[in-house]
Design a binder for this molecule. Structure first.
Ligand code: DP6
Length: 360
């Protein structure tokens, strides 16, 4: 098993003056949630997610050697325009990963990034954004060290992404990704995300995620602050233990394809995440009235039709509606008839399980 030290490189065999890469990386939706972390972006509990397909960030990284090698230097463009307010987050990210990428100060970088989903949609772009950036940096390192193996390439890309935003480490490679050490999941580690290594039932093939945009406003409490509030949280230790149990249960469910059991775990995880927010000190609520309306309407529809549709939430008011591919038509009709009214400007995004980052 690799440790963090194994990702600090030895001298590179190649030199490169300038160049550019472009990667796209998708968002992901957690089924067992990451909520609470230790130093260096080490998660307090393991999580597992479906990688998405349509919601993604596309980032171009241009680089050129510079004279002054004493400091980090980069320009940041968002959809072609300079974006000063994103710079501190990127600066912090580069500082965190510099020990793993000792060439960073030798180059000036131009980072040009855009999302395929509407910005300020309330969809977190940190996972896709940090993953896309990490892919570009690992491509540069691979060019400096062509001997790098494919396995190491993706592990280190995920490790770098994790240092940008924890959930980003699950947006690199694979359809179902586990991040965090879990005893009976081979290869799982706190350092980077790994593709779920065991059998996955055909029921989960092309699983659908329709994202209902309930509130596109800026969140009152960031995920980073929320994670922090898990320190000294009265329910923290039982929550972390529960995440291990739920991941264990999901492992069996992925194999059996038992969708009723899947729904119970997934919805419970979503509500537990928000329960942790409501029971921290200070306490806060990120759900909106329409979030609850949607949840109740999904429950009623599921009861009446027996169609295995469920919801999950991330750290916000939007609702992810999850369902197997074979009920897509019925569920989309239900969404149009009964849920669109709860979405801001009637907006929702149809997505499904995808495969991870792509070099463009
Ligand atoms: C609720 O990955 O955004 O979406 O590591 O501080 O950047 P940082 O947090 P972030 O937290 C995401 C939390 C979550 C659950 C999840 O995706 O597992």
């Amino acid at each position: 098993m690799l440790t963090a030290k194994d990702f600090i490189p030895a001298a590179y065999s190649q030199t490169i003056e300038s160049g550019e890469y472009q990667w796209s990386a998708p968002s992901n939706i957690a089924l067992v949630k990451y909520w609470g972390k230790k130093d260096n972006q080490i998660p307090a509990n393991p999580s597992v997610s479906f990688t998405l397909s349509n919601c993604k960030t596309i980032t171009k990284l241009a680089f050129a050697k510079k004279e002054n090698k004493d400091s980090l230097s980069f320009d940041l463009l968002f959809e072609g325009q300079p974006k000063e307010d994103f710079k501190p987050k990127i600066q912090k990210f580069l500082e965190r990963i510099e020990v793993y990428l000792p060439f960073l100060k030798e180059y000036h970088f131009t980072i040009d990034t855009q999302n395929t989903f509407p910005h300020s949609s309330g969809i977190a772009s940190s996972a896709s954004g940090m993953a896309a950036l990490a892919m570009n940096f690992i491509s540069l390192e691979k060019a400096l060290n062509p001997a790098m193996t494919d396995a190491y390439f993706y592990q280190k890309a995920s490790l770098l992404a994790r240092l940008g935003s924890g959930s980003a480490c699950r947006s690199v490679k694979g359809q179902v990704v586990v991040w965090g050490k879990q005893a009976n999941i081979e290869g799982s580690t706190d350092l980077y995300g790994v593709e779920f290594p065991n059998e996955i039932h055909a029921n989960f093939k092309n699983y659908q995620d329709t994202i209902l945009l309930v509130d596109k406003g800026e969140k009152q409490v960031s995920s980073t602050v929320g994670h922090d509030l898990m320190h000294n949280h009265p329910y923290a230790s039982s929550r972390f233990a529960q995440a291990h149990e739920n991941l264990d249960a999901l492992k069996a469910i992925f194999k059996s394809g038992d969708l009723d059991a899947f729904i119970k775990i997934v919805e419970s995880e979503a509500l537990t995440l928000h329960a942790m927010m409501m029971t921290s000190m200070p306490y806060f609520i990120l759900m909106k009235p329409n979030t609850l309306q949607i949840i109740n309407t999904i429950w009623k529809f599921r009861n009446e039709t027996q169609i295995p549709v469920c919801f999950t939430l991330d750290a916000g008011a939007n609702v992810h509606v999850l369902y197997p591919e074979n009920v897509t038509e019925k569920v989309l009709q239900f969404i149009k008839d009964e849920l669109v009214g709860y979405c801001q400007n009637g907006q929702y995004i149809c997505d499904e399980i995808g495969n991870g980052a792509i070099l463009l």
